[in-house]
Design a protein around this ligand. Structure first.
Ligand code: ADP
Ligand code: MG
Length: 228
């Protein structure tokens, strides 16, 4: 089963709104957290437990809010000519120890001398981080991740990230990338929605192929600079 994630322009306006709200929530949240912490020190053990719960719920809100903030258009940041291979390598080296801890081997096939792409580097890193994290989370017992960076056509470069994890039921694939769609206990269901938004901003796209119990391949396509 294969699906192209495209959440249309609606998300663009919605994304800006979400990021705006997220930003506004941040400050009161920080002050709330501070006061709960302060309160905690003057309470008995039972009441302290309530404070612990409040703090962890506040952290959860904060996490969701910070995911939404990625939707904000980077301000004052320009698109720059970058090497996609380098961007992917940076993300993989960042994830190296987490993969090791989870008994996961990362195999790479990264073509050098690829044509440059025009991008906002940190946003693209966020995309590959989201995809790789999903791959890691799909393999609680460990497994393999294969990362390929190549030139697909005259006008496009691609990154394919394949895992040997739990896979996605074909009936559920169309829902992946919908805001808040998650099958994880602690998931936010925002990672792929945000990733597809970022890729759309870059004139690129994201595709998912998956077989239950076999694994998942996520492909990202990006236009080569002279074609943007
Ligand atoms: P989250 O990771 O917070 O659940 P995402 O938007 O990153 O949100 O992913 C949405 C859902 O898509 C996941 O909950 C999972 O069900 C499915 N998914 C995404 N990537 C994979 C993968 N590599 N293997 C299996 N399922 C995946
Ligand atoms: Mg995720």
């Amino acid at each position: 089963a294969k699906e192209l994630l495209r959440q249309s322009d609606k998300l663009s306006a919605l994304g800006q709104l979400a990021a705006g709200i997220a930003h506004e929530i941040r400050n009161p949240l920080t002050s709330l957290r501070g006061f709960v912490q302060l309160l905690q020190s003057s309470l008995d053990d039972n009441q302290k437990r309530y404070c612990e719960i409040m703090l962890s719920e506040l952290d959860r809100i904060n996490f969701i809010v910070s995911e939404l903030l990625v939707l904000a258009k980077p301000q004052g940041v320009k698109f720059q000519q970058k090497d996609l291979a380098k961007i992917v390598e940076d993300v993989l080296s960042f994830l190296d120890s987490q993969a090791n801890l989870n008994n996961i081997q990362i195999h790479t096939s990264i073509h050098s001398q690829l044509p440059l792409i025009s991008c906002e580097e940190n946003q693209l890193k966020q995309v590959f981080l989201n995809i790789c994290k999903n791959a890691i989370e799909a393999m609680p017992e460990g497994g393999e991740i294969y990362v390929q960076v190549a030139q697909d056509s005259e006008s496009e470069v691609s990154v394919r990230i394949r895992d040997t994890g739990c896979g996605i039921e074909s009936a559920h694939i169309p829902r992946v990338g919908e805001p808040f769609y998650t099958t994880k206990e602690n998931g936010t269901g925002l990672g792929l929605m945000i990733s597809s938004r970022i890729l759309e901003d870059h004139g690129g796209s994201i595709h998912i192929e998956s077989q239950r119990q076999q694994g998942t391949t996520v492909s990202v396509l990006l236009p080569i600079s002279r074609y943007t």
